[in-house]
Design a protein around this ligand. Structure first.
Ligand code: G1P
Length: 295
């Protein structure tokens, strides 16, 4: 008579944004690296748009000192809006930055102890429900977006999910790497996880690419998590302990990924997105061709 109860929806997402952004100095001396723009949107906006497309309502930013511009960006800018209205300027450009009051929460990571620690800092706000994590450096572009694709997979298999992609074997030591089990379409069972393995010890070349759907139990594992790779508390190590206790799958994203944690990746993302935008693609293509021809 009673139907199987639907899975708890993914309503909350954690964005760890407390990093110092040293790779982009001096640009990031006074502004958070997540506020660096790809054309006319700060990097964080792309991750937030992806979250909202996937039905996520509440954004939890794990921030640190000097990072308040991120919270400001998603606040209502009363003076700006009033002035724009008075000048009869369209406000729709601000639509993606409108987060309802109560749907944006900032918590502080007071000491840089690693990604696992950053996520653990959000435990009181996450509470007892499954949640998403976005690493905004990883820019994922596609239709549907990466998290939407993951939420659809979650509705089928539940448990824990991470996005993965293939990289050349010589790059695996910079990432979290999965040991893959059975594969069915874009879903792969995860049988093991290791953070920043040596190239010869990596169980595959499938890396964790910065999107997660996790069950709240991970917070209890993180609570006791000891120091891992790089002297940091690693989310990957905590997730590894959940394998076997709960379903754990990897989703191969159908779109494109740009590594905006590196300068060349940032330039690539800027160019690629400009070339996809109707309002500027022709102009940018002509510029790129001219620059290349000049050598
Ligand atoms: C983090 C994660 C790692 C993941 C990577 C994706 O590493 O710990 O598992 O593969 O993000 O960018 P970080 O880049 O913080 O060293």
């Amino acid at each position: 008579m009673s139907e199987i109860s639907p899975r708890k929806p993914i309503r909350k997402a954690v964005f760890p944004v407390a990093g110092l952004g040293t790779r982009f100095l001096p640009a990031t001396k006074a502004i958070p690296k997540e506020m660096l723009p790809i054309i006319d949107r700060p990097l964080i906006q792309y991750a937030v748009d992806e979250a909202r497309e996937a039905g996520i309502e509440q954004l939890i930013f794990v921030t640190g000192r000097g990072k308040t511009a991120i919270v400001e960006h998603f606040d209502m800018a009363f003076e700006l809006e009033t002035t724009m209205k008075d000048r009869e300027k369209a406000l729709d450009v601000l639509e993606p930055t409108r987060i309802q009051p109560g749907n944006l929460v900032a918590v502080r990571q007071q000491v840089p102890l690693g990604l696992g620690h950053a996520i653990w800092c959000a435990r009181a706000i996450v509470g007892d429900e499954p949640f998403a994590i976005f690493l905004p450096d990883e820019l994922m572009i596609g239709t549907p977006g990466c998290m939407k694709q993951m939420v659809e997979a979650y509705e089928k298999v539940g448990g824990n999910l991470i996005s993965v992609l293939e990289v050349p074997q010589e790059e695996v030591s910079s990432y979290g790497v999965i040991a893959p089990g059975k594969r069915e379409g874009d879903l792969t069972e995860v049988t093991g996880l290791v953070e920043k393995p040596r190239r010869e010890e990596a169980p595959s070349n499938l890396i964790i690419s910065g999107r997660y759907i996790l069950q709240p139990e991970v917070m209890r594992v993180l609570e006791k998590q000891s120091i891992g790779a790089g002297g940091e508390i690693q989310l990957t190590d905590a997730m590894a302990q959940m394998i076997g206790q709960q379903p754990f799958h990897a989703v191969t994203f159908g779109g494109k990924r740009y590594d905006c944690g590196s300068k060349a990746g940032f330039v690539e993302a800027t160019l690629a997105i400009a070339l996809q935008r109707e309002d500027m693609a022709d102009e940018v293509r002509a510029i790129a061709q001219r620059l290349l021809a000049e050598g």
